[in-house]
Design a binder for this molecule. Structure first.
Ligand SMILES: NC(=O)C1=CN([C@@H]2O[C@H](COP(=O)(O)OP(=O)(O)OC[C@H]3O[C@@H](n4cnc5c(N)ncnc54)[C@H](OP(=O)(O)O)[C@@H]3O)[C@@H](O)[C@H]2O)C=CC1
Ligand SMILES: CC(=O)N[C@@H](CCC(=O)OP(=O)(O)O)C(=O)O
Length: 311
């Protein structure tokens, strides 16, 4: 029986993971009573008793949790931003290839990717690797997310009575261009320059749409939109990340299409001159909790799951 401890299991990401794992016969969940869920001694015991500890905490608490672990066998899956570019940590996006799945399987420290970063990296990394996009490319990313991406605090804000009417419309944020996902976007794609990043939070619970425009002039060696499609087609064959042709809904792309699922759909729109790369998924699916469950399944050797459709 594999013992799993979710540190932060009352939070948005942790709760979704807990609900997913409760029905699994081969796992035992270590739980702490409500009054001691933030007590460092109780957490230390639970973390060191676990075969797998899943950290669903703010960054500082995740760093503290790692420092509490002395059991050399405890495998850590950290959903926070704290360790995504840290040495000794595997990046938990197995579909990127280049031995990443094996690195996750064999590592005792796995960083679960950031929600916005996941879409950007899925779109850009294979193109840089295939020599279609230069590492010197200057890119931009627009990422629409549901409000659960902001955790309990933002959920309460969006779901409160008498909330500001400004929340009725999508809101852009991270305007000074220092968003916490930028370092992993650069590190995992091999780009030499940070992208210009516009995250936008909307009045829906969960779901994501990430788009990255690319001009024909950005492509190397005369590559075309068809070459991009071929790269995605051969890289993303499911069950979690898949390349989809004609994925739009009669000319529209809803950020809600994969809400509730762990899957990510990668698509290409536009024309020969102006190409639009798009990824759709759920910020709590492939963007957080689902990605953590995917990594858990890899480290314990279980079959992949694709989540539960909610919409
Ligand atoms: N929501 C999302 O879509 C995504 C979230 N993440 C990351 O996952 C992590 C968790 O985020 P999220 O679930 O949204 O956040 P929430 O605020 O919803 O949950 C965080 C949980 O951690 C608890 N907590 C805080 N400090 C401690 C501590 N010292 N010891 C034990 N528990 C503590 C909080 O307690 P309390 O309930 O008392 O506040 C809360 O239950 C963050 O690092 C976030 O950036 C990553 C990708 C996407
Ligand atoms: C809507 C909203 O505020 N979303 C959060 C993303 C949460 C997240 O993914 O944080 P991690 O870095 O821990 O992965 C944000 O953009 O900061």
């Amino acid at each position: 029986m594999t013992q799993v401890f979710i540190d932060g299991s009352s939070g948005t990401t942790g709760l979704r993971i807990r609900e997913r794992l409760e029905g699994r016969q081969e796992l035992t969940l270590i739980t702490l009573p409500e009054e001691s869920r933030k007590d460092p001694e109780a957490r230390r015991n639970a973390l060191n008793s676990a075969d797998v500890a899943i950290l669903c905490l703010p960054d500082a608490a995740a760093i503290e949790a790692v420092s509490l672990i002395t059991n050399p066998n405890t495998i850590v899956l950290d959903a926070s931003t704290a360790h995504r570019t840290a040495p000794g940590w595997a990046y938990g996006f197995p579909e990127l290839g280049s031995g990443r799945e094996e690195a996750i399987r064999t590592s005792r420290r796995v960083a679960v990717p950031g929600c916005h970063a996941s879409g950007f990296i899925a779109l850009v990394s294979p193109l840089v690797e295939a020599g279609i996009l230069s590492p010197d490319a200057r890119l931009s990313i627009t990422s629409l997310t549901g409000y659960s991406g902001g955790g309990k605090k933002m959920i309460a804000e969006y779901e409160s009575e008498g909330r500001s009417p400004l929340l009725d419309a999508p809101r852009a944020y991270a305007l000074p261009q220092h968003h916490k996902h930028l370092p992993e976007m650069k590190a995992l794609t091999g780009l030499h320059t940070l992208p210009a990043f516009l995250p936008i939070v909307g009045d829906f619970y969960s779901g994501m749409l990430v788009t990255v425009p690319v001009f024909r002039e950005d492509l190397l060696n005369g590559a075309t939109i068809e070459d991009i499609r071929r790269v995605y087609q051969s890289r993303y064959r499911g069950p979690i990340v898949s390349y989809r042709e004609n994925a739009d809904e009669s000319g529209f792309l809803s950020a809600l299409s994969l809400s509730g699922l762990d899957r990510m759909d990668v698509s290409v729109f536009g024309n020969e001159d102006r190409i639009l790369l798009a990824a759709r998924y759920d910020n709590l699916g492939k963007g957080a909790s689902g990605a953590a469950v995917e990594c858990l399944n890899l480290v314990i050797g279980a079959a992949p799951e694709t989540g539960l459709r909610l919409v």
